[in-house]
Design a protein around this ligand. Structure first.
Ligand code: SF4
Length: 254
């Protein structure tokens, strides 16, 4: 499907209807597929494959929809202005990222990431989500090393869908310690949002935690509890402490 989206007006109604229809199909298709996968066998490989499938499909579809847009997407590996916020994932995605950190990164990078996660979890402790969110500079993602995403291939659905058109705008917001909310093309954000929904809903339907949690707090739990994935696969609520307040989520819409 090719896109002919106007930057100012957004997609035409007709175009948007086609995209929305396709997106609904994506959610239904992947949810059904994942339900089948999860019911037939539940192990680490199945979970990692589900996320891998989503990342690949999402990336291809995002690239397809990005063709011929009036403004080029400015985001590239090596730019980290927007990596100072609260990033949300579901547990299944968290396992994929944790596995990538454990198997694809060198010891020094992994140690830096783990140190950053521990510091940030400590900073979160005793603070409300509103207070935490009010200071973006303190929310530097622990995976951002030398201002570049160290897990770029395994970055989250949210990170993949977040995109800016003007790098200078992002830079300016960052320099002024403001949140960067420059996801200009809603239909592109939806690409990954739909995969996120499909994964979360499929997990919840088979009795697994599938709600949104904080990436950093979730990774903190995985570092402290090596058997967390096993417990999660047994239906235990492992990530309750990483849940983000629903009132806060509704208020800031991240
Ligand atoms: S995971 Fe990577 S892209 Fe996402 S916020 Fe962290 S550093 Fe940025």
């Amino acid at each position: 499907m090719k896109s002919s989206v106007d930057f100012v007006k957004g997609p035409s109604n007709e175009e948007r209807k086609k995209i929305d229809l396709y997106n609904r199909g994506v959610v239904n298709f992947y949810k059904a597929k994942f339900l089948k996968d999860l019911k037939s066998e539940l192990n680490q490989e199945v979970i990692l494959n589900i996320i891998d499938t989503c990342y690949k499909h999402g990336d291809n579809y995002f690239a397809e929809l990005s063709i011929d847009l009036p403004n080029e997407i400015a985001c590239k590996k090596g730019c980290g202005y927007c990596c100072h916020t609260i990033v949300m994932v579901t547990p299944a995605e968290l396992f994929y990222i944790y596995n990538y950190i454990m198997t694809s990164l060198d010891d020094l990078t992994r140690a830096k990431i783990f140190g950053g996660i521990k510091n940030q979890v400590q900073y979160f402790h005793g603070r409300s989500w509103f207070e935490i969110y009010s200071n973006p500079r303190k929310l530097r993602c622990p995976m951002l090393i030398d201002f570049s995403c160290s897990i770029y291939q395994a970055r989250t659905f949210v990170c993949r869908g977040y995109h800016g058109i003007k790098k200078n705008f992002c830079k300016n917001q960052y320099q002024n310690n403001l949140h960067i909310s420059q996801a200009n093309y809603g239909h592109l954000v939806d690409v990954y949002q739909n995969h996120l929904v499909a994964v979360g809903e499929a997990c919840e339907e088979v009795g697994l935690e599938g709600d949104y949690i904080s990436l950093v707090k979730g990774l903190g739990i995985l570092i402290d509890q090596p058997d967390a994935m096993e417990k999660w696969m047994n239906g235990e609520k492992v990530f309750a402490d990483a849940a983000v307040d629903k009132a806060f989520l509704t208020a800031v819409q991240i």
